[in-house]
Design a protein around this ligand. Structure first.
Ligand SMILES: Cc1ncc(C[n+]2csc(CCOP(=O)(O)OP(=O)(O)O)c2C)c(N)n1
Ligand code: SF4
Ligand SMILES: [Mg+2]
Length: 265
């Protein structure tokens, strides 16, 4: 055994050299194992968000609000101060926190069932008031946590447990483009839609999160980062198939890129 250790040690040491380092978990992510299904975009966004918080050096100044949805246990993973909110109420809770402690950096982390259904009113009014928050909106087109019911964001024709024949827009309405809707409001400073289905998109999502937090540091108003994501379990797909679904079905309807970009002054 000790011989084996001797053989292995130089290799281990080499692997730890900076030039061999491929990835390092940010110190802002706790060591708690994610409960998310394999391939779920929530894990990627958690990781990116905590990388940004760590790189910006704002861990002690950041407060997150996570309501109900698959990310209900976000407080187990995100190593910043976290507050749980009732389903749909994240923007209302975050408004209170930010107004009491305006020097803190406050974000919400909300699913599409949460933000675009039960919490639409809170979100629209917080945006319209220009609350100085970063809202992170995970649009996977479905109610993930409760086994795949139709969300306002589900695509036309999409089969879900509550639309077994496919979403019929005549009776169930059209998929709701929250980002475009909020971008019209004067209190909203920055709106972007990104995705985490490819390495390139992951990098762009990280940049968008960083911009959202930096704008908040400067008190510039309401920022929304929508992330088009996947739900392999409820789509009954492998992680790879669900990423193809994002690329071929979701992104054509929810095009990626900045929707409201601050003017360069
Ligand atoms: C007041 C209230 N209504 C309904 C529910 C049931 N519920 C829990 S999570 C959820 C939907 C979550 O979907 P989404 O926000 O899209 O998050 P995802 O799980 O897809 O990430 C619903 C309807 C609840 N917990 N509380
Ligand atoms: S049910 Fe869907 S959204 Fe929830 S953890 Fe699993 S893959 Fe992710
Ligand atoms: Mg969802």
């Amino acid at each position: 055994m000790s011989e084996l250790n001797e053989i292995m040690n130089p290799i281990k040491e080499n692997i730890c050299l900076p030039e061999f380092l491929v990835y390092e978990r940010p110190d802002t992510l706790t060591e708690q194992e994610f409960h998310y299904c394999p391939g779920c975009g929530h894990s990627t966004v958690h990781k990116l968000l905590m990388e940004v918080v760590s790189e910006m050096g704002i861990v002690g100044d950041t407060i997150g609000v996570a309501p109900v949805g698959c990310s209900v246990f976000a407080y187990h993973y995100l190593g910043v101060d976290m507050q749980q909110a009732a389903h749909g109420r994240a923007c209302a809770v975050a408004t209170g926190i930010k107004r009491v402690m305006p020097e803190k950096i406050v974000f919400t982390y909300q699913g599409d069932g949460d933000l675009a259904a039960i919490g639409t009113a809170e979100t629209v009014h917080a945006a319209n008031r220009g609350e100085n928050l970063l809202v992170i909106f995970i649009n996977n087109g479905i109610y993930g946590m409760t086994s795949g019911q139709m969300a306002p964001t589900s695509l036309e024709g999409m089969v879900t447990t509550t639309s077994p024949y496919g979403r019929d827009v005549l009776t169930q309405g059209y998929p709701l483009k929250i980002s475009e809707l909020l971008a019209h409001l004067p209190g909203v400073y920055y709106v972007t839609r990104q995705a985490v289905n490819t390495a390139g998109n992951v990098r762009k999502t990280k940049k968008a999160l960083q911009r959202g937090l930096e704008y908040q540091k400067k008190n510039l108003g309401f920022c929304l980062v929508e992330v088009v994501s996947n739900c392999p379990s409820n789509l009954k797909m492998t992680p790879l198939e669900s990423n193809e679904f994002v690329a071929n079905q979701m992104i054509p309807f929810y095009p990626l890129g900045d929707i409201k970009v601050p003017e360069v002054k």
